[in-house]
Design a protein. Structure first.
Length: 149
């Protein structure tokens, strides 16, 4: 059975500095994404899915390495992001997929459309292939990032 890797965006250390993501009020993007991830993982497991939670203290590169060391071709990796920004044009849901992979492109489009139907006030920021190192998929009013499994 395929595995689903879920990583909460931000929270790890980037270039020796803790990365909390966007901060507002008394919370951070990292704290909120960890809370969402901690709700999503048991929900998916209750539906019989094999879900692995990526450790929170890893950098982005370490998270990709952690996933790549455990993933198989049929697996999916998602990273949740809040898409928070002071710039209105940078807000919304977007999906990034592995370039030249029509299956992952279709998965990303289905995911984005599902989120936009459930949260219609969320702007769509489109779909696009990702850089070759990792692919990214976003949703849930948060952005979900799919790594290269």
């Amino acid at each position: 059975m395929a595995q689903i890797f879920i990583s909460a965006g931000h929270g790890g250390t980037e270039n020796g500095v803790l990365d909390p993501g966007f901060s507002t009020g008394n919370t951070t993007e990292a704290a909120e994404m960890i809370r969402i991830r901690d709700l999503v993982v048991p929900e998916l497991r209750s539906r019989g899915l094999n879900v692995l939670s990526v450790p929170d203290d890893l950098s982005a590169a370490q998270s990709i390495d952690w996933i790549n060391a455990r993933c198989r071709i049929e697996d999916v990796a998602l990273e949740i992001h809040g898409g928070a920004s002071n710039t209105p044009a940078a807000r919304g849901a977007s999906v990034f997929y592995i370039a030249n992979n029509e299956t992952r492109k279709t998965h990303g489009e289905v995911l984005l459309l599902a989120v936009l139907r459930r949260v219609p006030q969320l702007p769509s920021r489109a779909r696009a292939p990702t850089p070759p190192l990792a692919s990214v998929a976003s949703a849930l009013s948060a952005a979900l990032t799919a790594h290269r499994c």
